[in-house]
Write a protein that binds this ligand. Structure first.
Ligand SMILES: [Zn+2]
Length: 227
């Protein structure tokens, strides 16, 4: 199957896209499975697909490689990662440890929560699968930034998009992934500086996600093969 042929994306833009915008569009295409897990591509083919320069594509690929979404190896074409059930389990465990600490730290600082409220509004009105997955992940990263600890945010940035890719790959229902109401509940608790409640809501949220992902038919099949 040709994973590049999407008429929506074959656009020829007369101006270079800002890096963040290009990154978002490439990630949306991956999470939407217009670029399939495990598929290989070249910088040129991606450049054509997104109407971007090779140098712009290269910097997006570097960022996606840090996030473990794209595998870059010398003398090999870049490849979309295919996280398995065990990698997903470990990723969610690391997320739990990191995000719990970040939420606690966020509750200790005065915050301007308007940008996060705006993100929840976007999530609420988004009905496109790939974009919805990316927006949900972006909310978790923005929440993490409230903690004021850059190394932890950097670490979380290597985990959250990988979770989104696992969801896209395991074909879990996006409606059940990140509920905007759950996000709103966590944000309300942070605003009131109720750390225990915020952490409980976060843990419940990640538990739900883990159960949904690791009990999906694809994950269960992988577990049986590994046994
Ligand atoms: Zn979430």
């Amino acid at each position: 199957m040709n994973s590049f042929a999407s008429p929506q994306t074959l656009v020829d833009l007369p101006f270079p896209l800002p890096a963040d915008d290009l990154y978002s569009r490439v990630l949306d295409a991956i999470l939407d499975q217009r670029l399939l897990p495990g598929s290989r591509f070249t910088e040129d083919s991606l450049g054509q697909m997104f109407g971007a320069r090779r140098s712009e594509i290269r910097s997006v690929l570097t960022r996606l490689s840090h996030q473990q979404i794209v595998i870059l190896r010398t003398h090999h074409r870049p490849r979309i990662a295919t996280p398995d059930a065990e990698q997903t389990r470990q990723t969610l465990h690391a997320r739990r440890l990191t995000e719990t600490t970040l939420v606690r730290l966020a509750c200790q600082r005065p915050q301007d929560l308007k940008p996060l409220r705006a993100m929840i509004e976007n999530e609420r009105h988004c009905c496109e699968r790939g974009q919805a997955l990316r927006l949900s992940g972006a909310f978790h990263l923005a929440l993490a930034e409230l903690a004021g600890n850059a190394p932890l945010v950097h670490f979380l940035d290597s985990l959250v998009p990988l979770t989104s890719l696992a969801i896209a790959q395991f074909d879990a229902q996006v409606e059940g992934y990140c509920d905007w109401q759950v996000h709103e509940g966590m944000l309300d608790a942070i605003e009131r500086r109720e750390a225990a409640i915020a952490v409980t809501l976060l843990n419940r949220h990640l538990d739900h996600l883990e159960g949904m992902l690791l009990d999906s038919p694809i994950a269960l099949r992988q577990k049986r093969i590994a046994m």
